[in-house]
Design a protein around this ligand. Structure first.
Ligand SMILES: [Zn+2]
Length: 526
């Protein structure tokens, strides 16, 4: 197989990368683009990390792979409860096992939802995992001891719970931003060392690593990163933060250069983000608005503290539309299936939904007068497929692509004191290597097509049930002629590929609680 490398950059956007390249801070990326192709990469209908990376890994859309969020919520007696999604919740086969079962080997580092890891020929170190669960979720198990022997290896510094993140990104104090940024600089160094070690000691046909600090920094540090927002007369603190952010991207650029060098001239290297990024200054408190329209009631606040995992205290007998998660921008409509059940009658569902959409589209920003809601995606349109029914009934696209807030707070529309970063649909894609055009920009590509493109690069057929196609614009016509695109048998069920691991239920619940805290810290769960 043709050696193929994927470098994932969580949340990368050309609006930040281009000025850094122009300033000479990312010379390796600049050289890479000069000898390859670049394109914008359009993400999933809602630009969120877990559904987007899962689409990239499966060649399938969220309505098929079933991942809409970090968590899934369920309304049961007494409230709504969150459970963290993991590998077992992905309904479609991932590229790691598609390659592996056809005789190839893979390396997958720091991708979300990869625990418990599937049985593949190669190495998997999952991302978004508490360090205490890293050992038993690394594949193969003996790899953990090998990584432990790397100079300076600290599982606490590569994984997902740590002391710095006690507070929400939105309210990170200035003095917390500096250690936050430094933490991510150190963390990427660890992920690079793991990548280097595996590329040297256990080379694979498909090597993929994801660097997620790009996303983390851009959320809190947009005002230092985006030249349009950086102060004309920066304070000492602002200058220091700008330097640290530039250092992060400069080091990341060095890792890109070294991975490309390690891969060698025969390899094709692909760079992709899960979504793009942009500025946001407005917060729309969706549940507060649903309350103002009479669709939602908060629970009695004097009632006893809700059980752990209870996300928002709602009065379930008087709530017919609600937003469970600040990450999905999704509104769920409750349908009453029998007498005495709360919700809209099944035969009134469509009319109710239309009325809700019309009201949402009428909303205006109180200061600028622009429509707050740019678009409202219907479930069956945004998430066609078997798994789509667990997605939100409505997905809001806000005017600035901001995430809405699910909290019970005033005012309904709140202006942030300082600009923050938020996810946008247009991310980045780039590729270079044998058979790839040199130094050109091509039209926008789709994240759905990355998996098929990687399989083609490896010389493997594209499974017949893939929604994604090979990006023909990423290859020379001569390459496509010499190696025609082949469609092969459909994917297989992912369930048979999961390694059996002993599950310590208490430890798992404890770990889930830690990750929930992390998600709260990032502002995805409130
Ligand atoms: Zn992301």
């Amino acid at each position: 197989m043709q050696p193929t490398v994927l470098i994932g950059l969580d949340g990368a956007t050309y609006s930040i990368l281009d000025p850094l390249m122009a300033a000479g801070q990312m010379p390796h990326l600049q050289q890479f683009l000069a000898r390859g192709v670049r394109a914008e990469l359009l993400t999933t209908p809602h630009p969120l990390t877990p559904p987007a990376w899962t689409t990239l890994m499966t060649g399938r859309s969220p309505g098929h792979h079933g991942i809409f969020d970090f968590l899934r919520s369920e309304v049961r007696a007494g409230g709504a409860f969150f459970t963290l999604n993991n590998f077992r919740d992905i309904h479609c086969e991932t590229i790691w096992s598609i390659v592996s079962r056809q005789g190839g080997s893979v390396t997958s580092l720091n991708f979300p939802l990869m625990a418990p890891p599937p049985k593949v020929s190669g190495s998997i170190v999952p991302g978004l995992l508490s360090w205490r669960h890293l050992r038993r979720n690394i594949h193969p198990v003996e790899l953990y001891d090998e990584l432990k022997g790397l100079p300076g290896f600290n599982p606490n510094e590569i994984s997902w719970d740590f002391e710095h993140e006690k507070k929400a990104m939105q309210i990170l104090e200035d003095e917390e931003l500096e250690p936050w940024t430094q933490f991510h600089i150190v963390r990427e160094r660890h992920w690079f060392e793991i990548t280097r070690h595996i590329m040297e000691q256990h080379p694979a046909d498909l090597t993929a690593v994801m660097f997620d600090g790009v996303d983390k920094l851009q959320h809190g540090c947009w005002r230092f990163l985006d030249p349009r927002y950086f102060s004309a007369q920066p304070s000492a603190f602002e200058r220091r933060m700008r330097e640290l952010c530039v250092q992060y991207f400069h080091e990341l650029d060095g890792f890109i250069g070294r991975i490309v060098a390690l891969a060698g001239p025969q390899a094709r290297v692909f760079i992709a983000s899960d979504h793009g990024f942009g500025p946001t200054e407005t917060v729309f408190r969706i549940n507060k608005w649903l309350e103002s329209q009479g669709y939602l009631q908060w629970a009695d606040r004097t009632a006893e503290k809700p059980a752990a995992g209870h996300f928002v205290a709602l009065d379930w007998e008087r709530t017919i539309a609600y937003a469970p998660s600040g990450a999905t921008n999704g509104i769920h409509i409750r349908v009453a299936h029998g007498p005495g059940e709360t919700g809209v009658a099944a035969n009134e569902y469509h009319a109710f939904r239309e009325q809700l959409i019309a009201k949402l589209k009428e909303l205006r920003h109180p200061e600028t007068g622009v429509p707050l809601v740019r678009d409202v995606l219907l479930r069956e349109q945004a998430f066609p497929g078997e798994a789509g029914k667990s997605g939100p009934d409505l997905t809001l696209v806000l005017f600035d692509h901001g995430f809405f807030s699910v909290l019970d707070a005033e005012p309904i529309v709140w202006q942030r004191p300082l600009v923050a970063g938020t996810h946008c649909p247009e991310g980045v894609f780039a590729a270079a290597g044998p058979g790839i055009p040199r130094g050109i920009a091509v039209s926008q590509q789709s994240i759905l097509d990355v998996a098929a493109t990687l399989l083609y690069s490896l010389g493997l057929p594209v499974p017949s049930d893939f929604e994604g196609k090979v990006m023909q614009a990423a290859f020379e016509p001569a390459q496509l002629q010499a190696q025609p695109i082949v469609t092969g048998p459909p994917t297989t069920s992912p369930s048979g590929t999961v390694e059996r691991v002993a599950v310590d239920a208490d430890a798992e619940a404890d770990s889930d609680e830690k990750i929930l805290q992390r998600l709260r810290a990032l502002g995805y769960v409130e």
